[in-house]
Design a protein around this ligand. Structure first.
Ligand code: PLP
Length: 456
């Protein structure tokens, strides 16, 4: 068997993990994950764990799909790699481009491939600026994003993202990136209906555009439902109003679908559920269910038109743009999502069931409110003083109870993410109704364990 202690020592001696408190990691030792099947993971000690986060919101088709492994294997034997620079192409990259055009909203007929969501967003920063050059308005350089958003860890991705901690550590944002607030009703909606708050939050975009001067603004970017910042589901009025404002000032609208794309919300892309028509879509994660890295930008007709005209060259790209083995994984992954009708299942069965389960968790004394959209949900750990979302008191020092709860979950076989004191799930789309019950039962048990410690 595996020597867990030895692996943990090697890990601690040599491996710098992303977003990790290494002092704490040294103390507890990294959990060594060795196998996955469906929604389940196993660690090196033989513990079976429900992966309530689908890895990092990406293993949409679930673990253990031999047909994806077979497709990648076959492609690697045929042609493991070739590039698409300088007038060459490859079969899986072309087939996937056509398939993406087919499953995405009709304005998207072109794709630019990257390896990750961060690179997709970096590509978007450069692409929108190039677009406005080609459109004869080179002054349009500013890009508006949202505070507490996550759009990746590259210089531009982290700049678009609005997480203060990331900015502080890297001298960010890069010039020309501006941030407005999040449409979080629980945080900002006191005294307003949800619909009113949605319009107010969208109005912050208009205020920012007017402050910068519309002639200087290139694009607005946001996630349909914000993921890493805490599953913030905007009021239904928000995105249509954002669309109206972008149209009014002729500003490109960008949807970061790295989490929402490929079925997470019960539609192929989140913008379809939220009722807006972006000019560009960033995608990654679910396109291959994370089996191999792949990301990209879906490019709508307005931008693609100029980039594909004579003189519309875009000096940008990656060695692995359109990587044949990655595209082969994506083709098979999308075939699985289609043939098993996993996206429809989220809309009609598993999503509504998760929503009902999370609504029932609100009766727990530690839970203030819960929101669900498709197969992602979040609940707030609070001290309760009353019935409405505004009658809950956050814990004095944020993230302590969240981390405690997360630890109980992990120790009892279910992975949830803690964003401060908000607990989040986003399981594989292949999860069944019965498995959701199993997951929620464990969550309820761990909320009890957490409550016991909090009230001690
Ligand atoms: N955009 C969003 C909305 C994300 O959630 C993430 C990753 O979590 C990214 C971009 C960055 O993607 P990657 O980690 O593949 O670079």
């Amino acid at each position: 068997g595996l020597d867990t202690k030895f692996l943990q020592q090697l890990d601690s001696a040599h491996y710098l993990h992303p977003f990790t408190d290494h002092a704490a990691l040294r103390e507890h030792g990294a959990r060594v994950i060795v196998r996955g099947d469906g929604i389940y993971l196993w660690d090196s000690e033989g513990n079976k764990i429900i992966d309530g986060m689908a890895g990092l919101w990406c293993v949409n088709a679930g673990y253990g799909r031999t047909s994806i492994a077979d497709a990648v294997h076959a492609q690697m034997l045929q042609l493991p790699f070739y590039n698409s620079f300088f007038n060459t192409t490859n079969v899986p990259a072309v087939q996937l481009a056509a398939l993406l055009a087919d499953i995405s909203p009709p304005q998207f007929q072109h794709v630019f491939y990257t390896n990750s969501g961060s690179e997709a967003n970096d590509t978007i920063v450069r692409m929108v600026r190039r677009y406005w050059q080609l459109a004869g308005q080179p002054g349009r350089q500013a890009i508006i994003s949202r505070r507490n958003a996550y759009h990746g860890s590259t210089m531009a991705g982290a700049s678009l993202g609005g997480m203060a901690g990331m900015h502080a550590q890297g001298g960010l944002p890069i010039p020309g990136i501006h941030h407005i607030g999040q449409p979080s009703y629980a945080e900002g909606g006191r005294g307003m209906s949800e619909a009113e708050f949605g319009l107010e939050a969208a109005g912050w975009l208009e205020a920012s555009i007017l402050a910068l001067g519309p002639e200087n603004v290139a694009a607005f970017i946001g996630e349909p439902v914000q993921g890493a910042g805490g599953v913030i589901i905007p009021p239904s009025t928000y995105w249509p109003e954002i669309q109206r404002i972008c149209d009014k000032y002729d500003i490109l609208l960008v949807s970061d679908e790295v989490i929402c794309g490929f079925g997470r919300l019960g539609t192929w892309f989140g913008c379809e559920l939220m009722g807006f028509q972006p000019d560009l879509i960033a995608f990654a994660k679910g396109v291959t269910s994370g089996y191999v890295p792949l990301g990209g930008v879906l490019v709508g007709g307005r931008v693609a038109h100029l980039l594909t005209e004579k003189g519309g060259d875009f000096n940008h790209g990656f060695t692995y743009s359109g990587h044949p083995s990655a595209c082969a994984a994506a083709l098979e992954n999308i075939r699985i999502l289609e043939t098993e009708q996993l996206v429809e299942r989220v809309a009609l069965a598993t999503g509504p069931h998760l929503k009902a389960c999370f609504a029932s968790l609100v009766s727990h004394p530690l839970v203030g409110h819960a929101e669900t959209c498709g197969l992602t949900a979040g609940l707030n750990l609070v001290r309760r003083n009353g019935e409405t979302v505004h009658d809950c008191e956050p814990f004095a020092s944020t993230h302590v109870v969240g981390m405690l709860c997360r630890k109980h979950m992990f120790d009892n076989g279910v992975i949830m993410r803690a964003v401060g004191d908000r607990m989040i799930v986003a399981p594989p789309l292949s999860i069944t109704v019965g498995q959701i019950d199993e997951m929620v039962e464990r969550i309820r048990y761990c909320l009890d364990l957490t409550l016991e410690e909090v009230t001690q």
